[in-house]
Design a protein around this ligand. Structure first.
Ligand SMILES: [Zn+2]
Length: 249
């Protein structure tokens, strides 16, 4: 029998968005060295209005035979009843780096998600090492302090310390834009069409709005890669005007 401790468990924080979709496929593409049985997708339900993300995530896991675990973070609503992602507050339009996007912050969400991922990875098997993959990227740095490199490095130290190094946290997209992530996905063999099974819009409609910060960033990423986003949009063109309002440009 192989030494159990030589087999690593790979836990992907998988929201069903483009970034974690690309990340999951990066891990799957290493399949020669990682048995599918040792890959886990963790999807968090915190009452987000863009539930389409979670159904997209399920389709992808079913298709690839990846073991998917849904973790309820419903208590986030008790902690922060006013966040635009979970309440009836309108989702702001405009560039994803605009101050109005601060309304889309769910307080503490990333820390709680990573703590849950740590618990999951540690609990899988006490004899096996684990790697947590997290798709944070540079496009979120301006708005969300808990997406910045200093935060990720601190959480890497937390994960390492809490498990005596048995579990580690990787955030390979840390310095990449959404456009870079899409290009990486295309480089590892994904097609633009495959991104039909991802969801990015925050507005919670039947089709993507094309106007919220997330849609704007996504459409710009496809532009940057010279590709057409396969998703259907309510308004596919207004992002071009939104992008001009970029307060960070
Ligand atoms: Zn949208």
């Amino acid at each position: 029998l192989p030494d159990r401790s030589s087999i690593t468990n790979h836990v992907v924080v998988f929201s069903g968005g483009m970034d974690s979709f690309t990340l999951l496929h990066s891990v799957l593409r290493q399949e020669v060295t990682i048995p599918l049985d040792n890959i886990y997708a963790l999807s968090f339900n915190y009452g987000q209005r863009h539930k389409r993300e979670l159904s997209a995530a399920k389709i992808v896991c079913d298709r690839h035979g990846v073991s998917q675990h849904f973790i309820s973070l419903a208590f986030l609503n008790d902690l922060s009843p006013i966040s635009a992602l979970t309440s009836d507050t309108p989702v702001p339009h405009g560039h994803y780096a605009a101050p109005s996007m601060k309304q889309t912050v769910v307080p503490g969400r990333n820390t709680i998600m990573l703590a849950a991922a740590l618990a999951f990875a540690e609990g899988l098997d006490p004899d096996r090492p684990g790697i947590i993959y997290y798709g944070a990227h540079s496009g979120d740095h301006d708005i969300y302090p808990d997406c910045r490199p200093a935060y990720i490095e601190a959480m890497q130290a937390v994960v390492y310390t809490a498990t005596e190094g048995r579990v580690i946290l990787r955030a390979p997209f840390m310095d990449m834009t959404k456009g870079d992530i899409l290009k990486h996905g295309l480089n590892i063999g994904l097609l633009a069409e495959n991104y039909r099974n991802t969801w990015t819009c925050y507005a919670g409609g039947a089709v993507s709005c094309g106007k919220c910060g997330s849609c704007t960033e996504r459409l710009l990423a496809f532009d940057e890669a010279g590709m057409i986003d396969p998703l259907e949009y309510q308004d596919r063109d207004s992002y071009k005007a939104q992008a001009k309002d970029d307060p960070t440009a």
